[in-house]
Write a protein that binds this ligand. Structure first.
Ligand code: ADP
Length: 473
């Protein structure tokens, strides 16, 4: 299919619509005017014929023997209305004639034309018509009247010019309408065409990889401004994803390089006979392979994380009871490191949340507290309600997070240097999942930490988002 620009297409469509509608209005109005006008003219013609008959009638009644048609005003009426009148007696003798003068206007003296010339003129005059009426006196036919005129019915010059003026005004107004609508259609097609061209240009640039391109369109057309912001949002998302991809790739490379180097140097040492492959050395290698394995597993988790978008399956449960269950289930693990896990649960509240996801949030935070706490330490879990919000706090007194790492701990695969140095077995994905799950419940999480002093995670859920009408206590 041949492609054409939007501007052109709109312009052609507008003009065609205008021309078609003008044509239809032109035809219908001309037809209606013509019909009404002809009716009006016919009526007018009949009235004039009646007037002529009345003048003749009263002239005969005045003097039936020698009627004075000349002096009756018949001639002047015939001339003014453009009728040729002839009166004959029963023997076909011409009693009176206006001559051809009424047909010729005032330009030549038709009155002077002889009967021969008159006949010729009648034959030559295109559209000349003649009607014959009986001439009666006292209910007796005494002759006949012929009334001749030009046209189907006698159209007076004024009527003709009126009709012409009407057609002219229709034509002129159509012309003005066409010009105005061409102007308006140009304006509208520019209003639509220019922003769409800008958006197309921007999306082409984005497609070519220039993700910083944005469309800057000022328009009051809803759909175009929506299209423009969709393109901008798309560019934003692509830019974010590209940044994330870059981060992920470099993080992964960084994460994979360390265990690979360890394994490589160990195996080289075995080959060169520098080291004996003792069970301890082999176990070191195994640990590194296990780390690589868990990294690959986590890659899969990240994919799932992106895709899942956390469809929540909410149910009603008591938050204090759930917290108690979680803490109790972890006490045996914590005691292995001689860690005290205490719970101070003040929020006695029935919530409408995804129970499994809530468990996952708490397990992630508590397993970090466990990992990054020193032996014989304390981990506190608190919950309370304040300003219509549910607060849940997980507090430890472990290694802490450096100010450099703190802003990044919720990012994909981010691991603080200190935790890298300690083989905690972490992979840097737990907090990302935790944050996403909290946000899926319309809450938020914040971390405060001081190196070697400890870390506090504060979760905040607005009550209206985690309690349904059925679920508030
Ligand atoms: P990881 O599996 O490495 O623990 P997370 O996403 O759970 O991954 O945490 C990201 C990083 O945040 C960790 O590597 C660690 O440096 C830091 N971190 C998280 N929780 C704590 C905590 N309670 N104490 C100290 N550092 C923490």
């Amino acid at each position: 299919m041949k492609k054409t620009s939007l501007n052109r297409k709109l312009l052609i469509s507008f003009i065609s619509i205008i021309l078609i509608s003008l044509l239809i209005t032109g035809i219908t109005s001309t037809y209606m005017i013509d019909k009404k006008f002809n009716l009006y003219l016919l009526k007018e013609h009949e009235e004039k014929i009646d007037n002529i008959k009345t003048i003749i009638d009263s002239t005969i009644r005045k003097d039936p023997i020698t009627p004075d048609f000349e002096g009756s005003g018949l001639t002047s009426y015939a001339i003014s209305e453009g009728y040729v009148i002839e009166i004959f007696d029963l023997n076909n003798n011409l009693l009176y004639t206006t001559g051809m003068y009424p047909l010729m206007g005032h330009q030549s003296n038709g009155h002077m034309m002889g009967p021969m010339m008159g006949k010729m003129f009648k034959n030559m005059s295109e559209g000349y018509n003649e009607d014959t009426y009986p001439l009666d006196y006292k209910d007796e036919e005494i002759g006949r009247i012929t009334i001749g005129y030009l046209g189907a019915s006698n159209i007076s010059r004024e009527a003709m010019s009126f009709k012409l003026t009407l057609y002219q005004s229709i034509f002129i107004s159509s012309l003005i309408a066409v010009m105005v609508s061409v102007f308006i259609s140009i304006v509208i097609s520019r209003q639509l065409g220019i922003p769409i061209r800008k958006i197309t240009l921007a999306s082409r640039k984005i497609k070519e990889g220039d993700l910083s391109t944005r469309t800057d369109i000022k328009t009051n057309i809803d759909e175009i401004s929506e299209l423009s912001s969709s393109i901008n949002n798309l560019a934003n998302t692509l830019q974010q994803q590209e940044a994330l991809r870059n981060r992920l790739t470099s993080d992964m490379a960084h994460e994979i390089r360390t265990p690979l180097t360890t394994i490589k140097s160990h195996i080289e040492a075995f080959i060169d006979g520098i080291w004996e492959p003792t069970p301890e050395k082999l176990e070191d290698c195994y640990d590194e392979v296990a780390r690589l394995h868990s990294l690959v597993e986590n890659l899969d988790n990240i994919n799932k994380l992106e895709k899942m978008n956390y469809i929540l399956s909410k149910s009603i449960f008591r938050i204090d009871e759930e917290l108690k269950r979680i803490v109790n289930s972890l006490i045996p693990q914590f005691s292995k490191k001689n860690l005290k896990l205490s719970l101070n649960s003040k929020a006695a509240l029935e919530v409408f949340m995804d129970r499994d996801k809530f468990k996952q949030i708490m397990y992630n935070l508590l397993s970090n507290a466990f990992k990054y706490s020193l032996e014989n330490g304390i981990v506190n879990v608190k919950s309370y309600i304040e300003s219509n919000k549910l607060y849940i706090i997980v507090e430890d007194f472990g290694i802490g997070i450096s100010p450099k790492d703190l802003p990044h701990i919720f990012e994909h695969l981010y691991r603080g240097d200190s935790s890298r140095a300690r083989t905690t077995g972490g992979s840097g994905i737990g907090l990302t999942i935790t944050k996403t799950l909290i946000e899926a419940h319309d809450g938020n999480i914040r971390a405060e930490s001081e190196i070697n002093k400890g870390t506090t995670f504060t979760i905040r859920f607005p009550l209206e988002n985690i309690t349904s009408k059925k679920a508030s206590l």
